[in-house]
Each structure stands twice: as structure tokens, then as C-alpha cells.
Design a protein around this ligand. Structure first.
Ligand code: SAM
Length: 280
């Protein structure tokens, strides 16, 4: 196999989703750099591949890069895999690929599964333009800030979320993007208990709560982009946000109504969305 870094996608659940080219590359390379060698070891065993494994995860990536690239420079071939799906997509590998490109080494894509693309392909939401957001910040205040910054984004948005935060994140999405915004939630794609929930953010949230298995598994959220917002409305929201950051919602609403001419009740609704949270 030609000396290169091969970036190889692996399944996100169903093992049959690995491509025959990916198996051939994993078998043919000198070394497989894996996020979790035990997990990839099990995959390679099922595929009948005996290639040597080496750990490359977020904690050792910086120090392992030079040694791996030296091997490729010396004529060896290395495959990079993550625990599931496409490396570098909310997974380690960015430093290695960037450094390989900087050294002028060959970097070869062996594409395949990606939960974001799989979810998008079945969501029934616009796909002509989309934005991959990956994981939102874990802390509630930072997550809500990020969502506020995204709420007028016109493109479809794709999020990854961990099971223990999926409820809170859907609640924040419904509150900040609006409960009626169209959304799609994919749970356990390609696996035995694959389930999808579609409709408004409110409906998706209720369906997940009602599902007895909804507290388990891996989740990808797809949310429709915002309707075009008139420029004047954005300015009103900016004024309200500045005031609400400093004042209680009722005072912020009174001042915002006076400054912008928007009805006080509307100003209050906007100001309440910006009220500071306890967790700062
Ligand atoms: N590199 C992977 C890819 O290409 O999709 C993503 C890795 S990221 C660490 C793991 C997250 O992807 C999970 O927390 C979940 O949000 C999403 N995910 C992975 N497998 C999934 C599946 N089978 N169904 C739904 N979402 C999945």
C-alpha cells in the first residue's frame, strides 16, 4: 500500500456499513491509529484483519503526530480511524491530518458512515445548505448562549448530543428557537433500536419523553433553519438583548418599548428569553 495517511470511516452501528475498500485499506496498511485500540481491535477481529494498532486520542494526539508522520515519511502506510463514523467529525485526528498536509504527505479519504449526514439524509428538512454544529457546550449557560447566536441561522442545523443532556438540549432548543420550529431527532441510527422522531421541536420533545427507551442510545438532532427575519426585527432584538443583560426583564421591556416603538408586551417576551440564568 502506497505511503500515505488513510482516513478511514467505520460504522456508526451496523457493521455491514463498512465499505470493502475500507476493509482492504485496514488490512493493507502497516499500522492503524485508533481512538480506542480495544474497540477498534474488536472491529478488526470481526473483519478478520490482523493489522497492528496504535492509540491516537485527544489526550496524546499532539505528542503522537510526529512519530506517525515519520513512519509515513519513511515509506509506511497508516490508517486513522475513530470509535465510530468519520474521523475528525467531532472526533480526534485534526492535528494529524493538518500536520500531514503541512509536511506534504499524501492524505487519502476512505469515506463512509457519518451520523450527521445519515440523519440529514432521512430528516426531510432542507439539505441544500446545512450547518454542522457538532456538540453544544456542556454547561447550560454556554449552551444557551450558543443557541441564541444560532437562532436566526437560515440553514438547517445538525447537532450531536449525549444521552444525559438530550432532554435539556431539546428544551433549550424549543425555548430559544421556538417550539414550532421543525426538527428531526435520530436515535441509534443503523442499530437494532433505531428510532426517529419528527415534527415541531415541541412534538419531538414530547415524543422522546413518551418513549420508554428514550433515555438510552446515541442521538443526532436536525433543526430547520430560521425563517428570514426582517432587518428591523434584528435591531429590536439587539436592543432588548443589551438591556436585558443589565436590567430585570420588566425594566428592560419598558425601555426597549420606548426606544424601538415595539409593543411592551412583545419587548417583555423578548427580554424574558435573555434573562440571565442562575448558573451564570
Ligand atoms: N465521527 C462520528 C461521525 O462521523 O458521526 C461522530 C463521533 S461523536 C464522538 C459521537 C456522536 O455522534 C454521538 O454522541 C451522537 O450524537 C452521534 N452518533 C453517533 N452514532 C450515532 C447513531 N448511531 N445514531 C445517532 N447518532 C449517532
Amino acid at each position: 500500500m502506497a505511503a500515505a495517511l488513510y482516513v478511514v470511516a467505520t460504522p456508526i452501528g451496523n457493521l455491514d456499513d463498512i465499505s470493502s475498500r475500507a476493509v482492504a485499506v485496514l488490512r493493507g496498511v502497516h499500522l492503524v491509529a485508533a481512538e480506542d485500540t480495544r474497540r477498534t481491535g474488536r472491529l478488526l477481529e470481526r473483519l478478520g484483519v490482523a493489522t497492528r494498532l496504535s492509540a491516537l486520542h485527544e489526550h496524546n494526539e499532539a505528542e503522537r503526530v510526529a512519530a506517525l508522520l515519520d513512519r509515513i515519511t519513511a515509506g509506511e502506510s497508516v490508517a486513522l480511524v475513530s470509535d465510530a463514523g468519520t474521523p475528525l467529525v467531532s472526533d480526534p485526528g485534526y492535528r494529524l491530518v493538518a500536520a500531514a498536509r503541512e509536511r506534504g504527505l499524501a492524505v487519502v479519504a476512505v469515506p463512509g458512515c457519518c451520523a450527521a449526514i445519515a440523519a440529514l439524509s432521512v430528516a426531510g428538512l432542507p439539505t441544500d445548505r446545512f450547518r454542522f454544529e457538532g456538540f453544544l457546550p456542556a454547561r447550560a449557560a454556554a449552551r444557551r448562549e450558543r443557541l441564541k447566536a444560532l437562532r436566526h441561522e437560515p440553514d438547517t442545523q445538525v447537532f450531536y448530543e449525549a444521552v444525559h443532556r438530550i432532554g435539556e438540549t431539546l428544551a433549550d432548543l424549543a425555548e430559544i428557537f421556538g417550539a414550532e420550529r421543525r426538527a428531526f431527532l435520530a436515535r441509534e441510527l443503523t442499530k437494532l433500536h433505531e428510532t426517529t422522531y419528527g415534527g415541531s421541536l415541541a412534538a419531538v420533545r414530547s415524543a422522546l419523553v413518551a418513549d420508554p427507551a428514550g433515555d438510552r442510545g446515541e442521538f443526532t438532532i436536525v433543526v430547520a433553519g430560521a425563517e428570514e427575519v426582517p432587518a428591523g426585527q434584528l435591531e429590536i432584538e439587539r436592543v432588548v438583548a443589551v438591556l436585558a443583560a443589565e436590567l430585570p426583564p420588566s425594566q428592560a421591556a419598558t425601555l426597549a418599548a420606548r426606544l424601538t416603538g415595539v409593543p411592551r408586551r412583545e419587548a417583555y417576551r423578548l427580554a424574558s428569553r435573555h434573562a440571565p440564568t442562575d448558573d451564570g
